[in-house]
Structures are given as C-alpha cells and as structure tokens.
Design a protein around this ligand. Sequence first.
Ligand code: UD1
Length: 361
Amino acid sequence: MARRILYAVGARPNFVKAAPLLEASRAHPEVDTLLVHTGQHYDDALSGALFRDLELRAPDVNLGVGSGSHAAQTAAVMCAFEPVVLGWRPDVVVVVGDVNSTLACALAAAKLGVAVAHVEAGLRSWDRSMPEEINRVLVDHLADLLFTPGRDADDNLLREGIAVERIHRVGNVMVDSLRRQLPRARGRCLLPGPPLPDGAYAVATVHRPSNVDDPAQLAEIFAALAALAEEMPVVFPVHPRTRGCAERSGLLPALGAARVVEPLGYHAMLALMERARLVVTDSGGVQEETTVLGVPCVTLRDTTERPVTVREGTSVLVPVRTRDNILRAAAEAVAPGRGTRVPELWDGRAAERILEVLARF
Ligand code: UD1
C-alpha cells in the first residue's frame, strides 16, 4: 500500500520549504503525494512566480481562500481543507513554517484524526504579539512528528513537554532550496534601472505588522533606508502589505533615493542577496539565507525565533528600531572581522532526512 502524504502550503515562505520535500518524495516510489495550496497568497509575485523558480508542480488543489482577518482566514482555510482530507484520506498531512495556513491545515487534520507532521518545528521568539508565534506553538502541540532545524528548537520542544520520540532533528529545508537553486539564480536578477555595483549595494525587505502597521515605526525604518541610500544603492522590493501601509500614511517619499521595486521572484532575490554588501530585513527566511550566503544582515526585530543566525551567522538584531539604531546595526553588521559559520545540518539534505522518516511512519 502506498503511503499517502498531503503537503499543505499557503504563503510565500511555505513554497520555498515545500519544494525540496516534493522533490525528495519523488525518490520514494512507495509514496503518493497531493499538493494543496490554500490560496492565502494569490498574487503572481507572491505565489506563481515562486512556483516557477522553485520548479514546484502546480497544486493539485487550490482552495482559493485569499486574504482576511486572522480568524476569517484561518477559519476559511479549515472549512475548505476538511473535505479535501476526507476525500483523499492521507496517512499524514505535512505542514511547513508558521503562517495562518499552517495552523488551519494542522488543526483541521488533527481533528479528523489524521497524523500531522510539522516541518520547521520548535522555533520560538517568545513574543506572543507575533501571529506566527501563536501559530508555531499550536502547530507543534498538534503535531505527531516534529522536524526541527537545529538543537535550539529541540530544546524548546522538550521544555514544553513534547515527547522526545516525536522530535526529529533534520536540518533546514530552506537551505535545501537555496543550495539547489543558487546556481540557476545567478545572473537572473534583471532589475530595471542602472546596474548595481557588485558587493556595494543593500537590499531591504520589511512586512511584519510590528514594523509596518504603525506609521511612526515605519517612518523610522524608511528614514534609515533613505540615509543608507545616500551611501550606496538600496533596492527595496515592497510587499503588498507594506505598500498599502506606506501609501495610506503618505510615507513612500520618505524613502528618498532607495529604489522601490515590486516583490521579487525567488531566483532574483537570491541573486541579489548573494552580491549585496548588506541586507536589511524582518523576514525569518532571509535571516537564514543571509547566514548561509555569508552576507551581513540587519534584522529589524526585537527577538528572533532563529537565534543561531545571530550567534553563529551574520544577523544583528535591532530591538528598538529608530533610524539611528538601524544605522548603527548596519555599521556593526558590515564591520570587518565578524566571524560567521553555517549552522550544523544546514547542508541541503534536510528534505531527504524528512522523507526517510515519513516513508516509514
Ligand atoms: C504572511 C504570513 C507571514 C509571512 C508572510 C510572507 C501569517 C500570519 N503571516 O504575511 O508570516 O512572513 O506571509 O509574505 O500567515 N496581499 C496581497 N496579495 C497576496 C496576498 C496578500 O496583496 O497575494 C495583501 C492583502 O492586502 C492582505 C495582506 O497582503 O490582506 C496580508 O496578507 P496575509 O496573507 O494576511 O499576510 P502577510 O502579511 O503576507
């Protein structure tokens, strides 16, 4: 009898994590897969473009749920996902990351008595004001199999009373995608405008509610990017949420000479980051990618659920995000002599290890 594995994805970072899992599944003829897209992200820039770059097959099912408040979005995914699980009868539902779709699919599956596997389990920022932190905690406590990227995550789960035999330390699937796609990404960043000087420009991304929803906070971040843009070109791919907030508060002109572009595809973003002098971000995935690429990273967050990127990698946190603090962190991040290394098991083979476990579960 084939093992039936249902992979559920919904938002941009999920696609990057699911691609290597689908790829690794192909090496297991005893495994049947179904790919379900909840439709949480639906713009081509946040969804279709990523599927193409990651060579991810088209979803078998798209629930078309779209945007909404947290409760509305989570509930809509649950309602639409339940009949798919009942119809296809998977042995295990695999969810990745920490977005609303991750929680909704895990909860719907668990209530139907279907086993849940969580990839990227055990991350904790200890900040419950982040919607993702609530999603992480709940999904980990629903899951039967917890695949962690490193030792910190194992420790967090054990402290919360999760049984050791459920925890599998496998490494970081985000890095699997990076290592596979980087050679294809090189040379594929065709940005409009003047060419960027190699190793002498910055890339910025910001989309977290805690940074963009409050106009005073967003103004400090934009002032820092404008000041950086006086020193070197700054490319700023703008997430739709951020664009909405900036337009409503009339802040876009405060970016000065920073170059505002649409959200980039996966290849374009990797190629751009690899040759940057500095990355400024509040994205968890970008913190990991810059650590693997060895590119200095200013992380616009009070805390991080990925402390290894600060301890061993290239990331510098900015707990109080005034213009001047961000600029100080940028100077610290690029200072010569900062030793960094790639964390254990971030070797591009995490998905293979996960499939070994799933195939015999
Ligand atoms: C979501 C995740 C976040 C992840 C981010 C990556 C949650 C709670 N948050 O945040 O963890 O880091 O994705 O991008 O799940 N919108 C569009 N087009 C789209 C999708 C959204 O324009 O395709 C706009 C809508 O105005 C929407 C807003 O962006 O209301 C927010 O989208 P949503 O999916 O709720 O959260 P993100 O901010 O993208």
